[in-house]
Design a protein around this ligand. Structure first.
Ligand code: 13P
Length: 249
């Protein structure tokens, strides 16, 4: 049984003060137990301050990015052991904004996934096609390549521990969500492909999240799909009330 997971990706939003205020309000508004896994991915600057606020709650911390090496001369970067040290449990790797705006390749992302696993964090490998690729009928080939290269050389048990987030680029921040059935088709494909890489039993345990304009209105229908095990929420996770509604849908 795959437990639902809801992650809020705040991207480059919220000061430390705003982040702490949000976390307190969200934690106070959730029932105990929540019945599903919840995490927030604040900017790096807020991680350290959020850790003690979230410690006694059901909300985990997720990093938005990580460097592929554990230490060294990489000005501006943050390593997986450092993220573990500040209390992260999850780390995103290969978000489409990192791929598109910062030129990350599948090879870079594979190093990040491995670095997260090495440190004992759970990687959330983000995949998804652009509008052009969807219109050219390349969704499956693009996603297959992102999975194959992003999970390259990982032992099958590490693949089982990895979370995949399918975020079609055309649905991110645009208000255009994939229809639940359209998303389900890609999620099923992802699970089948992971089955080829790591065996069907392990693929059956991998959580596959959907991301892209998720809102309180569409979260329930998306998560009702057989292979959609949770959501990765951007804009709608910046507001306590809308994020709480998505968590509890
Ligand atoms: P939006 O929910 O704002 O479309 O962002 C999705 C996303 O990129 C989450 O990682």
């Amino acid at each position: 049984m795959r437990r639902a997971l809801i992650i809020g990706n705040w991207k480059m939003n919220k000061t430390v003060g705003e982040a702490v205020e949000f976390a307190r309000a969200l934690a106070a508004s959730l029932p105990d137990p929540v019945g599903r896994d919840v995490a927030i991915a604040p900017p790096f600057t807020a991680l350290y301050a959020l850790a003690p606020v979230l410690r006694a709650t059901a909300i985990a911390l997720c990093a938005q990015d990580v460097h592929g090496e554990d230490r060294g001369a990489f000005t501006g970067e943050v390593s997986a052991p450092m993220l573990l040290d500040v209390g992260c449990r999850f780390g995103l790797a290969g978000h489409s904004e990192r791929r598109r705006l910062f030129g990350e390749s599948n090879e870079d992302i594979n190093r990040k996934v491995k670095a997260l696993l090495r440190a004992g964090l759970t990687p959330v490998l983000c995949v998804g096609e652009s509008l052009e690729e969807r219109e050219a009928d390349q969704t499956c080939s693009v996603v297959r390549r992102q999975l194959k290269e992003g999970l390259n050389n990982l032992p099958a048990d590490d693949i089982r521990r990895t979370i995949v987030a399918y975020e079609p680029v055309w649905a991110i921040g645009t208000g255009r969500t994939a229809a639940p059935e359209q998303a389900q088709d890609v999620h099923r494909f992802i699970r089948q492909f992971i089955g080829h890489m790591a065996g069907n039993d392990r693929a059956g345990e991998v959580r596959i999240l959907y991301g892209g304009s998720v809102s309180p209105e569409n979260a329930g229908a998306l998560m009702a799909q057989e292979d959609i095990d949770g959501v990765l929420v951007g804009g709608a996770s910046l507001d306590v009330d809308s994020f709480r509604k998505i968590i509890l849908y």
